[in-house]
Design a protein around this ligand. Structure first.
Ligand code: GLY
Ligand code: MN
Length: 363
């Protein structure tokens, strides 16, 4: 069975379990996952038997290229998306229409309710996102390619690092290198944080120069075609202080403990705990304020989440980041992030960039 139809069939079963006759998919990334169509401004109606992509003439050719097998309603200029959805729902005699609670706007929900007084709107959460958690072979291959592109770009950055370069220049060069190697670009705006800037887990690159400190944290990733990687390394560009050396040692140990804990059946909270307890034991528990990791795929942050409240088991096919960190305001921070595929036998670490302290010294 074709890949996208099989996804929509799985979704159909989930929609039925939610007591709805159909689902209106309003999250564009979910539409891509279910159809292969990469444009936006288009919704997908997944019905009991048939599916309908509601789009407009800007995408006519693209739809023919990307998902020629799909039923399409091309909205004329005079027809609003609301009207098109209402018409399609009425034509299909849908009594209970599932909607995506995390992406449908309150405005569309209210208007749709008024347009379709005989239809019950059933709010659903995460039906497509749950399918997206488990990657198939093609998705895994693309994620591997996204890691490869990111790592190749990083090798160039690393080899050409100079004291006069600014955080912003390095971020721009990462994007450039990924494109040079054939990727779509960065999977998110890179974080390049020199010295004390690395205490900000989501630092935005500034004009600060590499030479202004003895280390730089780089959190970056590549988008291969559609899929995204996410890595973090800290490069030592000078003689580091005992404090930075100490937190590096602790974070690396936590990163390894987190990766070791990954296997099918283990609770996500247990993986978080495996890394967190290393940091807590070293006395830095309060300086690790975020979850251990997250799923990657079409989005840079997607389900599942590895944190203390995720009490679900890992399953083969999930791809998650493991990214413990310690952040010390005024001093700096260390985060080490890898991408890990859960396999039937255990795990496969997709990322290969060296992370031993010695290997990260570039001065
Ligand atoms: N790599 C940083 C983040 O996932 O937020
Ligand atoms: Mn991440």
């Amino acid at each position: 069975m074709p890949r996208f139809l099989s996804r929509r069939d799985k979704l159909r079963r989930a929609v039925r379990r939610n007591s709805a006759d159909a689902l209106l998919v309003t999250n564009f990334t979910n539409v891509t996952y279910l159809t292969g169509f990469t444009g936006d401004d288009s919704y997908l109606l997944v019905g009991a038997k048939q599916d309908l992509l509601i789009s407009d003439s800007r995408y006519t050719e693209q739809i023919e290229e990307e998902c020629p097998e799909l039923n399409v309603h091309e909205r004329p200029i005079a027809e609003s998306m609301l009207q098109a959805v209402a018409n399609a729902t009425a034509a299909a005699k849908i009594g209970a229409l599932g909607v995506e609670g995390s992406s449908m706007t309150v405005e569309l929900h209210e208007h749709l309710g008024k347009e379709l007084p005989k239809t019950t709107l059933v709010s659903t959460i995460g039906l497509v996102e749950a399918l997206r958690e488990i990657k198939d072979k093609e998705e895994i291959a693309e994620l591997q390619e996204a890691v490869r592109l990111a790592e190749k770009a990083f090798e160039v950055i690393r080899a050409s690092l100079r004291p006069e370069q600014t955080e912003r220049e390095i971020a721009a060069n990462i994007e450039h290198q990924i494109r040079q190697f054939g990727g779509e670009g960065c999977s998110f705006p890179p974080i390049v944080a020199v010295g004390s800037r690395a205490a900000l887990p989501h630092a935005q690159p500034t004009e600060r120069r590499i030479g202004e400190s003895e280390f730089v944290l780089i959190d970056w990733g590549a988008q291969a075609r559609l899929y995204r990687s996410d890595l973090t390394r800290v490069l030592m560009t000078g003689k580091i202080s005992p404090k930075v050396r100490d937190i590096y040692r602790v974070v690396l140990k936590a990163n390894r403990a987190g990766i070791d804990a990954v296997r099918p059946g283990v609770l996500m909270s247990e993986v978080d705990a495996a890394a967190r307890c290393v940091i807590e034991k070293a006395g830095y528990g309060k300086q690790f304020g975020h979850g251990l990791g997250h799923g990657i795929g079409l989005d840079i942050h997607e389900a599942p989440r590895l944190n203390s409240t995720s009490k679900r088991p890992l399953k083969p096919g999930m791809v998650v980041t493991v990214e413990p960190g310690i952040y010390l305001p005024g001093i700096g921070g260390v985060r080490i992030e890898d991408d890990v595929l859960v396999t039937r036998a255990g795990k496969k670490v997709l990322t290969t960039s060296p992370k031993d302290l010695d290997a990260c010294c570039v001065s």
